[in-house]
Ligand binder design. Structure first.
Ligand SMILES: Cc1cc2nc3c(=O)[nH]c(=O)nc-3n(C[C@H](O)[C@H](O)[C@H](O)COP(=O)(O)O)c2cc1C
Length: 293
């Protein structure tokens, strides 16, 4: 009832842990993978990255704003840690880098992953993430190079801030197996007593409920024009949110900030979805894109 097939990955449900949530701890990923359909790791580059100094994340009334700065261990260290774990759901390794050579090296290091997600959308790191996604030629070369070096599915994670229709089309043509949308959206907060931006990086990426309607529209738009699956991400907190994304055209959904509010979110969403589907004699796979007419 809840099972979906995402480019050959058999997911027990359509709920995927989004990248970066829970940092880069393999044991936390494994815990979430008990209930989630799949888990995406923190985005990893070849070298260790320290990230920005604190404060790097804040909680406000409609979600989070973060500028962690892609703090992460080196690819080799993280791969060594991940390899020791037997994940109960598919493991999707998220990668960032600047060139096709870096991405193909990363693919080799994580050859045990079930799939890859390339981060073309982090809004607060120079020379990576969203800046790469703005270069259509480079993004396309990266996807082609990755597809030449692995048989595993390659998902490209883009942003609502991109010219996302154009970019998604280019990535699909280059061979991307699916498009994830969206990463966080730039935003900031100012402390009224010090009159200074709260985050050390001044601005960060907004996630959580505030961005849900934006991400939902992106999914709706992309479903209409792409052949490959779309994976919606942004502000999903309730099972009703999950259904909206599925109806808009998400083949599966990624959930990030909601995990900060409840570590059992995957269990409760899964159970609520199951109750809804049972009550209406429906299967999730049949509902994808059903808001389109
Ligand atoms: C603390 C934090 C760290 C994140 N790190 C990454 C990352 O390393 N790579 C990435 O592609 N997205 C990263 N994201 C973005 C999330 O994966 C997700 O796209 C975004 O938060 C929107 O989903 P949400 O509203 O469910 O959180 C991060 C988000 C947060 C809040």
């Amino acid at each position: 009832m809840l099972e979906v097939n995402l480019c050959g990955l058999k997911l027990k449900n359509p709920l995927i842990l989004a990248s970066g949530i829970l940092g880069s701890s393999a044991s936390s990923l494994k815990e979430i993978a008990e209930d989630a359909g799949a888990v995406v790791t923190k985005s990893i580059g070849l070298e260790e990255r320290v990230g920005y100094r604190n404060p790097t994340a804040l909680n406000w009334q409609c979600g989070l704003i973060n500028a962690i700065g892609l703090a992460s261990p080196s690819a080799k260290d993280f791969a060594a840690e991940l390899k020791n774990f037997d994940f109960p759901s598919p493991l999707i390794v998220s990668l960032y880098g600047k060139s096709k050579e870096e991405f193909t090296k990363l693919v080799e290091i994580f050859d045990f992953a079930n799939a890859f997600e390339i981060n073309l959308s982090c809004p607060h790191v120079r020379d990576a993430g969203i800046e790469i996604g703005r270069d259509l030629e480079l993004s396309s070369e990266i996807v082609k190079a990755m597809k030449d070096s692995t048989d595993k599915p390659v998902f490209a994670k883009i942003s609502a801030m991109h010219d996302y229709i154009k970019l998604a089309k280019v990535l699909e043509k280059a061979g991307a197996d699916g498009i994830t949308i969206s990463n966080t959206i730039p935003g900031m907060k100012i402390d009224i007593l010090s009159r200074r931006p709260v985050l050390s990086n001044i601005f960060g990426g907004v996630s959580g409920s505030a961005i849900k309607p934006i991400a939902l529209k992106c999914v709706y738009d992309l479903y209409k024009i792409l052949e490959v699956p779309v994976i919606g991400c942004g502000g999903i907190t309730t099972f009703e949110d999950v259904l909206e994304f599925i109806f808009a055209g998400s083949a599966a959904v990624e959930i990030g900030s909601a995990v900060f509010y409840s570590k059992k979110i995957f269990y409760s969403l899964k159970e609520s979805l199951l109750a809804f589907l049972n009550a209406n004699s429906l299967r999730i796979q049949d509902l994808i894109g059903s808001a389109h007419f």
